[in-house]
Design a protein around this ligand. Structure first.
Ligand SMILES: *Cc1c(COP(=O)(O)O)cnc(C)c1O
Length: 466
């Protein structure tokens, strides 16, 4: 341990340090306060290292030579914000940790147009008087429903599907009972658990059946004077296989009609199209549920619909009106940017241009095309220790459990480092690249990468090649 007292004197003062390039320019663009704070922190760190005796004389020289650069990095980190774009090469199409799904160009254009200035968010342009924010998106949803042969339904939008379920339970079942199958008491990541959300809403959970088998008679027997809802929860992120039984939705609807109790379905993903066209079974569309006679459906705007984070509640107008009147609606409502993005997305469906929605474009991309792009990458970076491999890209994000689509990836075989170290190097790029690790290789699955990013990816890989 060497504490060399005179080393401290070699450290510049804050004022001296601030004169070194490029700090004056940084102070002009990022503010003097931010740069001064960063300079102080950097000097303190160095002082602590000297005091701790962890620094060699050479180390001190290197640290002093790199001092202004270290301050610049610290400034960028502190005032650069933390939310940044990344490239999703993980092959998980709907990646909750990476912001679920990209928005379409139409959706983004609308967000920019409506947020750059003022908008008619709550203003009726006909009368010049106050309007209702929840009128937005509704007319588009109504038209989409009508096109599917469903009339007499309406919808509202809240912050996310968790909020939609919470609001519906609070508005329709507080103080009463909600009947749910034991096979549907799901947890959707972290704190969204059906029993907990039920307790918070003030409704009492009435469990029926068993984990693997629930019959329509189980629901019927549980109905009493306090029953407010029959709730069906989509098994979004798991499957029950083997000796199983679950009543058909139509049976629940028939029971509800007979006993005068609405059936609500927490659908989760909110697909608007039949997902079978992408080879994904078991993800009923929102309209399919309504067609079967469910009174109220809740769904996410950003799972299989391909829009912004939002919760859609669509169904019988009298029930939707109760949700709208509930005080929680004010707390869970969405802002103009969400309405703009959602309308932009719904319009693509109405124009039958759903391939312009990035999520659906990714799902629909032929595997051969993905393979061709992988080969082009390998060819562009000849020294790269990589090869093209067939993969399965998964739907992810709490939708379509166990479902995947054929895809291709560039498999990088790390040389002289671990796969984790290579993946970490990819994450440290100016636009971080998120890959997945399999069998000691780093896989870059191009199904989830926008073809427009292939050129950037080529540059990143060229930088890695020995
Ligand atoms: C995903 C999901 C939720 C939560 O939706 P968010 O939009 O993430 O809030 C609730 N219920 C089901 C069945 C889901 O799949």
């Amino acid at each position: 341990m060497t504490i060399v007292a005179h080393w401290f004197r070699r450290l510049p003062s804050v004022d001296e340090l601030l004169k070194g390039t490029p700090l004056p320019e940084l102070a002009a663009s990022h503010g003097r306060a931010a740069v001064t704070e960063a300079a102080r922190s950097e000097l303190e760190r160095l002082r602590a290292e000297i005091a701790g005796g962890t620094l060699s004389e050479d180390g001190l020289e290197v640290a002093l030579a790199g001092l202004t650069a270290a301050v610049a990095v610290r400034v960028a980190r502190r005032v650069g914000g933390s939310l940044r774009p990344v490239i999703n090469a993980s092959g998980v199409i709907n990646h909750t940790n990476l912001g679920r799904v990209p928005l379409s160009a139409d959706a983004l254009d609308r967000v920019v147009a409506c947020a750059r200035g003022y908008s008619n968010l709550e203003f009726d342009l006909e009368t010049g008087e106050r309007g209702r924010r929840d009128d937005h998106a509704r007319a588009l949803l109504d038209q989409l429903a009508e096109r599917e042969g469903i009339s007499g339904v309406t919808g509202i939008v809240v912050n996310n599907n968790a909020a939609a379920v919470f609001l519906a339970l609070a508005a329709l079942a507080k103080g009463g009972e909600v009947i749910v199958s034991r096979g549907e008491l799901v947890e959707i990541g972290g704190s969204f658990r059906i029993p907990d959300i039920m307790a918070q809403s003030g409704a009492t959970l009435r469990e029926v059946g068993t984990t693997n088998r629930t019959r329509i008679e189980d629901y019927e027997r549980a109905i009493g004077a306090d029953t407010r809802l029959l709730l069906r929860v989509h098994r979004s992120n798991f499957e029950i296989v083997g000796f199983t039984e679950q009543p058909e939705l139509s049976q629940l609807v028939e029971l509800g009609r007979r006993r005068g109790i609405p059936v609500m379905e927490d659908l989760g993903s909110g697909a608007l199209l039949d997902m079978e066209r992408f080879g994904i079974a078991g993800e009923p569309s929102l309209f399919q549920s309504l067609r079967e006679g469910v009174s109220l459906v809740t769904a996410s705007g950003d799972k299989l619909l391909g829009g912004p984070q939002a919760g859609l509640v669509v169904g019988a107008p009298d029930l939707v009106a109760e949700l709208r009147r509930h005080p929680l609606f004010r707390a869970l409502r969405v802002d103009k940017m969400c309405y703009a993005a959602l309308e932009g997305t719904l319009i693509s469906y109405l124009r039958e241009k759903s391939d312009q929605i990035p999520l659906l474009a990714m799902l629909g991309r032929p595997a051969e095309e993905v393979e061709r792009r992988c080969r082009a990458l390998v060819d562009a970076v000849p020294h790269l220790p990589g090869r093209v491999v067939g993969t399965r890209a998964v739907i992810g994000g709490g939708a379509a459990p166990g479902k995947s689509v054929a895809s291709f990836a560039l498999a990088l075989v790390p040389t002289g480092m671990s796969a984790q170290a290579l993946a970490s190097q990819l994450r440290r790029q100016s636009v971080p690249v998120v890959a997945r690790i399999e069998d000691g290789c780093v896989l870059l699955d191009l199904r989830t990468v926008d073809p427009a990013d292939d050129a950037y990816l080529t540059r990143v890989l060229a930088g890695l090649a020995p």
